[in-house]
Design a protein around this ligand. Sequence first.
Ligand SMILES: NC(=O)c1ccc[n+]([C@@H]2O[C@H](COP(=O)([O-])OP(=O)(O)OC[C@H]3O[C@@H](n4cnc5c(N)ncnc54)[C@H](O)[C@@H]3O)[C@@H](O)[C@H]2O)c1
Length: 254
Amino acid sequence: MSLLKDKVIVITGGAGGIGEATARMAHAQGASVVITDLEAGPVEEIADALGDRALGLAVDVSCREDNQRMVAAALERFGRVDSVFLNAGIEGQVGPFDSRSDSAWESVLAVNLHGVRFGVEAVLPALRQAGGGSIVITSSVAGLRGAAGLSPYVSSKHAVVGLMRCLAAELGPEGIRVNTLNPGPVDNRMMRSIEDQAKPGHGEEIHKMFSSRIPLGRYVSNEECASMAVYLFSDQSTGCNGNCYLVDGGYCAQ
Ligand SMILES: NC(=O)c1ccc[n+]([C@@H]2O[C@H](COP(=O)([O-])OP(=O)(O)OC[C@H]3O[C@@H](n4cnc5c(N)ncnc54)[C@H](O)[C@@H]3O)[C@@H](O)[C@H]2O)c1
């Protein structure tokens, strides 16, 4: 299949679970991919393994200039940008609201909200030049529901849903679609961190508790999230704008 033939897609958080799976799947569907993350090593390794049509680049999304450099590199190497996957995120520390320091709030918002803002700012001229495109922001079920102990993270994931809705309304007339991917618990590093912080030494109990609340009885996979992202990049989803796309095994259904 080549759902993304001739498309150029820029990905942040590309060394992480969902980002790497999405980079691989998008590339397999014919896209050229710019895979970015905090450190160059892991993303260069992924890009090298993919071969042609892949570039790995160190980008800190919380830095405006890095976002500009990311888009410039995509244009220089591949000549255009059709989609951006603003996916980099951090969970921060798990704990009660009144134990959260200013710096704990600031670090989560710097990456999860301002990183997305800078990414959109940087990519807009390129999407306009391409005559339209698709922006996909990774929010979460935590962008639609609360969760005890995760106030900065949940606030940041709600914030990007609001930003997505504003952007969808503003940019839709230009043919630029904006949507969020909202995964439920994913079987990867981030959930291990949240589980272990929630119950140090007994993270598996938290894993079981979350799993029991999911109608499918399990966490979703990186690849199941990647499939939705690829769909939203593709011309299969040209009617999709301004919405949250859940991949949560039914978590939010009840
Ligand atoms: N894992 C889950 O259960 C889950 C559920 C819902 C939403 N999400 C969201 O999915 C996205 C991807 O997370 P993941 O599950 O793959 O976890 P992950 O921790 O494996 O991946 C996150 C990636 O973002 C990168 N990153 C962190 N700070 C960065 C920065 N300042 N600049 C650039 N890159 C940075 C990390 O290095 C990492 O590679 C995140 O936005 C996360 O909040 C995850």
